[in-house]
Design a binder for this molecule. Structure first.
Ligand SMILES: [Zn+2]
Length: 75
């Protein structure tokens, strides 16, 4: 019987995953408790939320408007 080979552990990756989950929980809790008060935590929440939910976003027709300043027309 071949001896069982232990897979090398990857504690860093696991830790990082845990940290991400904790952060997400923390941010969700913050917004749930405090509402969106506009503090940096809220900003992080909104950033994370938009990233995590972006695949669910319907492709919206984006009105592309030229935001370039009107050129002064030399007549
Ligand atoms: Zn806040």
């Amino acid at each position: 019987m071949a001896p069982q080979i232990e897979m090398p552990r990857v504690p860093l990756a696991a830790d990082e995953t845990d940290v991400m989950r904790e952060q997400l929980d923390y941010l969700i809790d913050h917004v749930a408790v405090a509402g969106q008060c506009g503090c940096p935590e809220c900003q992080r929440y909104l950033r994370v939320r938009s990233i995590l939910l972006e695949i669910f976003d319907e492709p919206r027709p984006v009105k592309v408007q030229a935001i370039s300043p009107p050129l002064a027309r030399a007549a």
